[in-house]
Design a protein around this ligand. Structure first.
Ligand code: 26Q
Length: 808
């Protein structure tokens, strides 16, 4: 196989050649988009060459393989990270320079695949990067949504959702794998027969959907490994009915096609929230079934039909419960298609499937009506019932009491619902939480009864982020400073960032660090100008809260505090403070009413402040439209303060917190999720911790004595800010617009916003003072970057591999 060189001259030639062949243009008159495609397909050629070589080696691979199943992979753009992982930054940079191309301008032409909502999907993407970079054999498996997460526009002071047609101009990075097309069956009924004295179950009268795989290469950093992200698209197996078409019934002829393809049409925009929509259940089964059919086919190719080897040769990791139907589906394939008995199939499943939980919020726990499951997946439903019967029998035996109330709590099906989390805990060999605190809560609370039943299954592995995207590509200035100071071994071993710690005391280093932060603020300000026709002053403190909008994440705490600052400025002519811009980035689920009201509130506060020349000198509020991976890559390197305000016990881990820290922002946070571990790493002097601890929160829930009204009555500043929500200060023409926010806070306040307000406000006073002390602040910021190495997903993946997967 001849290999092509990818030196500077051949890269230049390739880009120009592609423009000529694809577009009939020269570089001089090509559009930015055409240039992007020419560059990206040059990089793709380079990856393809490695992919071919890797696959060739892989053919004879006899070891274990990981299938990582996730309904979301929030990958972000690929071009820059691919160039980085190929170790080709320098040659491309030189080639660009000589061709007169602008690096950033080309990158921003790439449509961002928004195939995820937030933390869960982004984690899956970081994991893919680390798996490949650690040369572990893995395939990511998901749905190829035609429309990703909606794009957010702000119009008339509120969120408006626009469809995300990310495939409109084609996707350079994917290749269809037509040899692996398979069928997924829905509906019908189960016929029971006996064959050679054994029960046989056959699905009849089912409806077929075809699953078409598209593979995206995932190249590891500075290594030979190129794994795949496999995305399944749904289509109808029937070709167009020409007779119907000719008779003029166009729409009837098309209907079948369209009905099938809705399954992979659009990503559901709910984050940390369950909605029992049938189409969603179809999506889950669709990609899970297709993946397992492929995995079994590959196993048979490698090892024949000795299925007892399966746990030794593959792990099926399910990212939350959404792909949990992998459990009954694998049993179905082994029993109905491969002829194994229940005992064998069940043993195999219980040694092959591993499960990660990502949330303890009860409204996010996945439950499906039994009737829906039975209708849509009759054979799968039968298997679930049998699993449930056996699980309950084991439990009754264990508790020595068939009527023990714990059994109903732990059952797979109960009260007419299929409880996916119980299914996953009962049937997988490993259950893990995503931070130490979250792992403890799973053991002590969420899955307490299961923990007592099978304690050894449970573990906690703290999340991580890929430092290649979240430092090396998004923050080249800081990357260079780090390398100039401690060499470049940290790129392979991010824990070596620790060596930066003593540089806090180096005045020249601090000055350089400060300069880079300022440049990043300017870059962000320019982006804001392009996108929203706004600027921010880089001399202001950049105070950032960027994450999905959710009541438990408490954007409201931040908003109320801004109102209090505004009032202090307006009330006292001598008041001064450190000038600060509060930047919010947040999408709300389209159906989440209160979340959308909160966006309105933030934007209204922003406008109120902008109307006052005096307030504007100290305070700005920016609502960054359409917060996505690409805008995070510009925003996070510019942040000074990272707001991580979740009610303690609610945020399983958080991963944004780690990205900010790595880029030298100081955390303002509760003792929740991974904030606890960030605190452990940097020490109490390099973080602002406030608010109730998780145990106090759960005590308060249990006692039920919390009275937000009591706090309202005793805190005048807070009372005033709350009143301004409804007294016409924000909406003179419609003072009642946000009354639901007001009422929720005053009469319910489920997330303890008022309770934690005092402590938050005090911690913010310290930030205000500390930021003035440049030396102190920079030392804190540097300490944060220096201590962020453990939060690289390379460490996370190594732990998964040691504790759960055991891949070579
Ligand atoms: C539930 C039922 C049916 C369909 C969908 C869902 C659903 C969808 C999305 C449930 C949950 C989610 C998203 C969860 C999520 O993003 N969790 C986040 O995971 C991150 C990675 O582990 C953590 O860092 C965050 O703390 C956690 O909120």
């Amino acid at each position: 196989m001849p290999t092509t060189q990818f030196d500077k001259e051949s890269i230049k030639k390739s880009i120009q050649g592609k423009l000529q062949r694809y577009n009939g243009r020269t570089l001089a008159d090509a559009t930015d988009q055409q240039i992007y495609y020419a560059v990206a397909s040059t990089v793709r050629d380079q990856i393809m060459q490695k992919w071919v070589a890797y696959r060739e080696k892989d053919k004879s691979y006899q070891g274990k393989r990981l299938y990582y199943l996730s309904v979301e992979f929030l990958t972000g753009r690929s071009l820059h990270c691919n160039i980085l992982n190929l170790c080709s930054q320098e040659v491309y940079q030189q080639a660009f320079e000589e061709l007169g191309l602008d690096w950033r301008r080309v990158f921003k032409e790439e449509p961002e695949p928004g195939l995820g909502n937030g933390g869960l999907g982004r984690l899956a993407a970081c994991f893919m990067d680390s798996l490949a970079s650690l040369s572990l054999p893995a395939m990511g498996c998901t749905i190829r949504y035609e429309y990703g997460l909606f794009r957010q526009r702000i119009l008339g002071g509120q969120q408006v959702e626009v469809p995300d047609n990310w495939l409109e101009n084609g996707n350079v990075w994917e290749v269809p794998a037509m040899e692996d097309v398979c069928e997924v069956h829905f509906g019908g009924y189960v016929e029971e027969t006996t064959e050679n004295g054994r029960m046989k179950f056959t699905l009849k009268d089912y409806h077929t959907i075809e699953a078409v795989p598209y593979d995206m290469p995932v190249a590891g950093y500075d290594c030979e490994t190129v794994n795949s992200l496999r995305m399944w698209r749904a289509r109808s197996p029937k070709t167009l009915d020409l007779a119907t078409f000719s008779s003029g019934q166009y729409s009837k002829a098309m209907r079948e096609q369209e009905l099938a393809s809705v399954i992979s049409k659009v990503l559901y925009p709910e984050d940390n929230h369950y909605e029992g929509k049938e189409l969603r259940l179809k999506q889950h089964y669709f990609f899970t079934s297709a993946t397992l059919q492929y995995a079994i086919k590959d196993f048979k190719r490698r090892f024949g039909t000795n299925f007892m080897l399966l746990p030794e040769k593959m792990t099926v990791h399910i990212n939350d419960t959404h792909p949990g139907l992998a459990i009954p589906e694998l049993m179905r394939i082994l029993m109905d298609e491969e002829g194994l008995g229940w005992e064998e199939a069940s043993w195999i499943v219980q040694h092959t499937v591993a499960y990660t939980n990502h949330t303890v919020m009860s409204e996010a726990l996945e439950r499906w009506p039994e009737a829906m499951m039975k209708n849509l997946l009759p054979r799968i439903y039968m298997i679930l019932q049998e699993i449930n019967r056996r699980v309950c029998a084991r439990l009754a035996d264990h508790f020595q009491n068939g009527a023990d109330p714990r059994i109903a709590q732990m059952a797979v099906t109960a009260y007419d619902m299929v409880h996916m989390a119980n299914l996953c805990v009962a049937m997988s060999y490993s259950v893990n939480g995503v931070s130490q605190l979250h792992g403890d809560i799973l053991k002590e609370d969420t899955f307490h009864d299961y923990y007592e039943f099978t304690p050894s299954k449970f573990s906690a592995i703290t999340n991580g982020i890929t430092h290649r995207r979240w430092l090396m590509t998004c923050n080249p200035g800081l990357t260079k400073l780090i390398t100039d100071s401690i060499g470049d071994k940290w790129k392979r071993e991010p824990q070596l960032l620790k060596e930066l710690f003593p540089f806090q005391n180096d005045a020249a280093f601090r000055a350089e660090f400060e300069k880079i932060k300022r440049q990043n603020k300017e870059v962000f300000s320019n982006l804001l100008m392009q996108r929203q026709k706004m600027t921010v002053d880089p001399d202001f403190l950049f105070d950032v809260q960027a994450k999905r909008l959710h009541e438990y994440k408490r954007q409201l705490l931040n908003a109320l505090h801004i109102m209090v600052l505004y009032n202090r400025i307006m009330d006292d002519p001598n008041f001064t403070m450190t000038p600060r811009v509060f930047i919010f980035g947040a999408k709300a689920s389209p159906g989440y009413y209160i979340a959308k009201q909160i966006i309105k509130l933030i934007i209204a506060i922003s406008k109120l402040i902008d109307k006052s020349p005096r307030a504007k000198k100290y305070l700005r509020v920016i609502f960054l439209e359409n917060y996505d991976v690409s805008s995070a890559e510009a925003l996070i390197p510019a942040a000074d303060l990272s707001e991580q305000l979740s009610t303690a016990g609610k945020e399983a881990s958080g991963t944004g917190n780690m990205k900010f820290m790595m880029n030298g922002a100081v955390t303002m946070g509760t003792m929740d999720g991974a904030n606890v571990e960030i605190h452990d790493q940097v020490g109490p002097d390099n973080i602002y911790i406030f608010g109730m601890r998780a145990d106090t929160v759960s005590d308060l829930y249990r006692e039920g004595t919390y009275s937000p009204m009591h706090i309202y009555e005793n805190n005048a500043e807070l009372r005033r800010a709350l009143t301004q929500i409804i007294d016409g200060t924000l909406f003179p023409d419609n003072p009642a617009l946000l009354q639901d926010i007001y009422h929720n806070l005053l009469f319910n306040d489920h997330y303890f916003v008022l309770k934690d307000f005092g402590s938050y406000s005090m911690a913010q006073r310290r930030v205000d003072a500390d930021y003035q002390n440049r030396e102190k602040w920079l030392k804190m910021a540097i300490a944060n970057t220096a201590c962020s190495g453990v939060f690289s997903s390379d460490r996370t993946i190594s732990e998964y591999n040691e504790m759960i997967w055991h891949l070579k």
